[in-house]
Design a protein around this ligand. Structure first.
Ligand code: ZN
Length: 132
């Protein structure tokens, strides 16, 4: 298990962490298996989506904001209920197959850390499970 650090600069921001995750696999020398990426936070998540056109990520953030606005009739006193909800919508882990030492992602896929209550210093945990 390896911890990565992610620094976010905005309240809501998707950070492409694909190359950092690939680096963990390359350093470990794992050729085939499963890579799990886990986010140990309650107001940030992780997802996989298109990394070719940055407008896709912008549209996702804008749509999440429309669905779950920052201010609303929430009870949670911390004032960041929208961030908790959006984080659960994205989820807290993704698993990706590893083939020939590389993340076996689709051509247009990237792994995104999803910040919803930044800017902050965050952590991402990468666990590698080699194929038997
Ligand atoms: Zn909270």
């Amino acid at each position: 298990m390896k911890s990565l650090k992610v620094s976010t600069r905005q309240r809501a921001e998707f950070v492409d962490i694909t190359s950092q995750v690939q680096e963990v696999i390359s350093r470990a020398g794992m050729k085939q298996g499963i890579c799990q990426v886990y986010v140990p936070h309650t107001t940030a998540g992780v997802t996989i989506n298109e990394n070719a056109d940055p407008d896709v990520v912008r549209d996702m953030i804008a749509t999440l904001e429309k669905l779950v606005p920052q201010s609303g009739s929430y009870r949670h006193a911390e004032g960041n209920s929208d961030a908790h909800i959006k984080a659960s919508m994205m989820g807290f882990s993704v698993t990706v197959p590893v083939e020939q030492g590389r993340l076996a992602l689709g051509t247009w896929q990237g792994i995104y850390f999803c910040e919803f209550d930044g800017p902050r210093g965050r952590q991402v945990t990468v666990t590698l499970i080699p194929a038997a």
